[in-house]
Write a protein of this length. Structure first.
Length: 101
């Protein structure tokens, strides 16, 4: 198996898709917003992201993990490590998105 990860940033999957990169600095957290992750496939490109649920549960996912973050009842995304977490996200454009760019 090749050590290269599937990288969405910079790729041109077509006008039907949007790509973005989300980073979380070491020791930092990012509040979860379900709308931000709607209809999005996420690949952990580097680091290890910890997902904290509303009920208190926590799960960690490292480099190469493919995630679907919609509808999970999450509260926060954490980076407890020493390496910046880089999340590559790809989603379908939604009506109105194309007009913006």
């Amino acid at each position: 198996m090749d050590d290269d990860l599937l990288a969405f940033p910079g790729a041109q999957p077509g006008s039907r898709f949007a790509t973005r990169t989300v980073t979380i600095a070491p020791g930092s957290s990012r509040a979860y917003d379900d709308a931000e992750w709607r209809d999005t496939v996420v690949v952990v490109e580097s680091g290890e992201v910890e997902l904290a649920g509303l009920a208190g549960g926590r799960r960690r996912f490292g480099r190469g993990a493919v995630l679907w973050l919609t509808g999970l009842g999450l509260r926060t995304l954490h980076n407890r490590g020493e390496v910046t977490v880089v999340l590559a996200a790809v989603s379908r454009h939604h009506r109105g998105d194309r007009a913006q760019g």
